[in-house]
Design a protein around this ligand. Sequence first.
Ligand code: CA
Length: 232
Amino acid sequence: MGKRILIIEDEVDLAELIASRLRSEGFVVDICGDGKSGVERCFTTEPDLVILDLMLPELDGLEVCRQIQQHRRTPVVMVTAKDDESDVLIGLGVGADDYITKPFSPRELAARVHAVLRRTGEQQAKRDVFENGDVRLDKSSRTASKQGELVHLTATEFDLALTLMTANGAVLSREQLLHQVWDYRDGSGARTVDSHVRAVRSKLGDDLIRTVHGVGYAVRTAIASTTEQSTA
Ligand code: CA
């Protein structure tokens, strides 16, 4: 199934021209002729990207962009009538991912659409992957690997490793870990933390998690691995 694009543009001929180009490239395309229905359509269909004309009846492109982004982070390519409008919009921090000035060729716009989707897709993927040395955790698939080899972790071991890894070297106490991973509010299960840390170490490597005596646990950082080897 192709990615969904919503075009919000009141010039019918232009909208159709863009739509046919994008459809020929495999996109599923929807068109709205004014800002108000464009926002509503965006809420109901949740497109992968919006092509948004700045000058629109009912609601202008700026307001449409603002309302769309409040609902859900959506890549937007803004269409402007003059070059200097783009400069103003960038200055305002409108939240569009790219700008294109009329007149443009449908081919040029399609290239921008591909580029924005690629870029925002990469950003999304990066947020879901955490790496530390040769260890990699993928939050979306909940998989762990070491030196490129998949490692089986239990659900709790995965959550523990992920919590420490997202803390990025900060030390977390056993109580904090119990609260964040196990959702306990008191410190009665401190040994549970220790036994799970041992399990994660045996699977992902002894040096991934360091013990900070009297405080808690932290993942190794670039600095820790060279200056604090003795604590391992
Ligand atoms: Ca217009």
